[in-house]
Design a protein around this ligand. Structure first.
Ligand code: NAD
Length: 347
């Protein structure tokens, strides 16, 4: 068997030019990750970045021996910036697997269904489908109903303490409504600048002779990572919840039950979320929001599909980077001309 493996490896050994391409590509992707996640100043569009990281993943799939443990394909976001105090999340935050076509979505869906079918043959999964908000992930920590800390995702284990800035966002309650709050509760959500506010904010920048912000995601990230909370307070920011982390003594059975509970405590929950049963229903949701994507409160870059039941989520588990119970379907990039900037940009 050893001999067969060796022969196979020899046959698949990457040619030197591929090694070189791989090393260059890995360095380029790592540079873009730092520019995007740590400096809020991307050097290329998301579509261009996605193409580069896709190529990197393809090479790694064909030649796993090239891949090192610190490959950019294994990173969740970026290391926390030294400009903010580091915060260790109680429960880790993950990224999402990207799916770029209906075919990729079908493969992911079938694999999840088959895995659940093997583990829990009597049960049929339901799908919680929601919009992928183009903003910045935040982890809120409430102790006995009081907001005590807010941190960016960072590398998923350690984030940046942005509590003072997050306290300026009106939609995020300082004290939860209702009662029976857990001693400890981590709420995950996406901070965004609403599309209409983003355009108005950019107009004020332009009339003041300043450069406009590149896009709402960048605007949200840049606004939250200000050193001076008074500056953040002037930015129109909002948030929708999209997850729950550590929770002491709170019994919940599903993602939708978690959202209902968080909404009852006054946290902002997206109005666009639906619970669906079949692949066809998920496709219809993708079609619906592809047409409406520019008429929403916030910008989106896709749709997130999650297995709803927490028992099913646990059965599917995680890789080191992403949950296997959720995935992000990305809409193809489209060329649009913004009236405001009068340049062609990709969204
Ligand atoms: P991601 O943005 O593709 O997906 C994970 C994140 O989605 C989560 O952390 C969460 O913050 C967010 N999210 C939004 N709505 C959500 C919802 N309803 N449910 C769950 N999560 C939701 O992954 P990522 O690791 O943050 O970054 C990759 C993205 O960043 C890609 O879109 C990529 O194009 C972009 N990027 C661009 C550049 C560039 O140079 N332009 C560089 C690096 C990354």
């Amino acid at each position: 068997l050893d001999r067969v493996t060796t022969e196979h490896d020899d046959a698949a050994a990457p040619p030197p030019e591929l090694r070189e391409e791989y090393a260059q590509l890995a360095e380029e992707v790592a540079t873009h990750q730092v520019a995007y996640h740590q400096k809020d100043a991307p050097l290329v569009s998301d579509a261009e970045y996605d193409e580069l990281i896709h190529r990197l993943r393809r090479i790694e799939a064909e030649h796993p021996e090239l891949k090192s443990a610190d490959s950019p394909t294994e990173q969740v976001g970026g290391a926390p910036s030294e400009a903010f105090a580091p915060v260790d999340h109680i429960q880790r935050l993950y990224s999402l697997e990207d799916l770029f076509s209906r075919e990729e979505l079908r493969v992911w869906y079938d694999r999840a269904v088959a895995s659940l079918q093997r583990q829990r043959p009597e049960e049929k999964p339901r799908w919680l489908v929601e919009l992928k908000i183009d903003g910045l992930a935040i982890n809120l920590l409430y102790r006995s109903g009081e907001l005590v800390r807010a941190a960016t995702r960072g590398d998923g284990i350690t984030g940046e303490d942005v509590t003072h800035n997050v306290r300026t966002i009106k939609d995020i309650p300082q004290t939860l409504a209702g009662e029976n709050h857990p001693e400890e509760l981590e709420v995950r959500g996406e901070i965004f600048m609403p599309s209409a506010d983003f355009e108005a904010f950019n107009e004020t920048l332009i009339s003041a002779g300043k450069p406009p912000l590149a896009n709402p995601r960048n605007a949200a990230a840049g606004s939250i990572r200000q050193k001076d909370p008074a500056k953040t307070a002037k930015r129109p920011l909002s948030m929708f919840v999209h997850g729950i982390g550590a929770r002491s003594g709170l019994e919940l059975t599903s993602q939708h039950e978690a959202y209902d509970q968080l909404a009852a405590w006054g946290l902002p929950v997206s109005p666009y979320t639906e619970i669906l049963d079949t692949f066809e229903q998920i496709e219809a949701y993708l079609d619906r929001y592809q047409d409406k994507r520019h008429d929403l409160v916030h910008q989106i870059d896709g749709v997130v599909i999650k297995v709803d039941d927490f028992t099913h989520q646990r059965a599917l588990g995680h890789t080191s980077r992403v949950p296997r119970w959720a995935a992000a379907f990305k809409y193809p990039p489209e060329e649009v001309t913004t009236e405001l900037l009068d340049i062609r940009v990709q969204v």
